[in-house]
Write a protein that binds this ligand. Structure first.
Ligand SMILES: O=c1ccn([C@H]2C[C@H](O)[C@@H](COP(=O)(O)OP(=O)(O)OP(=O)(O)O)O2)c(=O)[nH]1
Ligand SMILES: [Mg+2]
Length: 157
């Protein structure tokens, strides 16, 4: 377990909390009242700043319940909080529902922070890459998931 120093920029904000032991994400709240019109996006404050240890990253993920029930998502999901970042964590929320506004109140849990270790890579330029079974196949090269997908049209599962 890693320890993360945290500063509350708003005295009322709760510390990020795991809802259950073993959960991957610690919930983050908004400190603002926000209404998102259909299709609208907004950078929303969380009232906290953290100091992640070197070699860690904080990933800001959407919450699945709000995604399913209201269409609330994060434009840049998952957001990347760098270890050296000391500013307020903010979340770029978006209302993906085509018709219904989303009303968020100060204190609502709007996202979850997943803390992970990261590798730092050295990029070494070469003339060509080794051969693999996948090669350059990507972006649906192994098939899609519906009959309307042009890659799999006519497929009989
Ligand atoms: O959901 C997010 C994503 C990022 N950040 C903060 C922390 C992160 O360390 C910094 C920069 O994020 P990122 O590198 O994703 O954005 P950028 O557009 O590349 O900005 P920069 O040029 O500052 O790196 O913004 C957040 O508060 N919330
Ligand atoms: Mg960046």
């Amino acid at each position: 377990m890693c320890e993360i120093a945290i500063v509350r920029l708003d005295p009322d904000v709760p510390l990020p909390a795991y809802a259950h032991p073993g959960d991957a994400g610690a919930d983050l709240v908004t400190t603002a009242d926000v209404t998102l019109a259909p299709g609208e996006r907004r950078l929303v404050p969380t009232g906290i700043a953290i100091a992640l240890p070197d070699g860690y990253v904080g990933l800001v993920h959407p919450r699945s319940g709000l995604a399913w029930k209201a269409g609330l998502s994060i434009v840049n999901a998952p957001g990347t909080v760098d270890a050296g970042y000391r500013g307020e964590i903010k979340v770029c929320l978006v209302n993906l529902d085509p018709a219904t506004p989303i009303e968020l109140r100060r204190g609502d849990r709007i996202a979850q922070l997943v803390v992970q270790r990261v590798e730092h890579a050295r990029f070494i330029e070469v003339e060509s890459l080794d051969e693999t079974s996948r090669g350059a196949g990507g972006h649906g090269s192994t098939g899609g998931f519906t009959a309307s997908d042009p890659l799999t049209a006519g497929s009989t599962l």
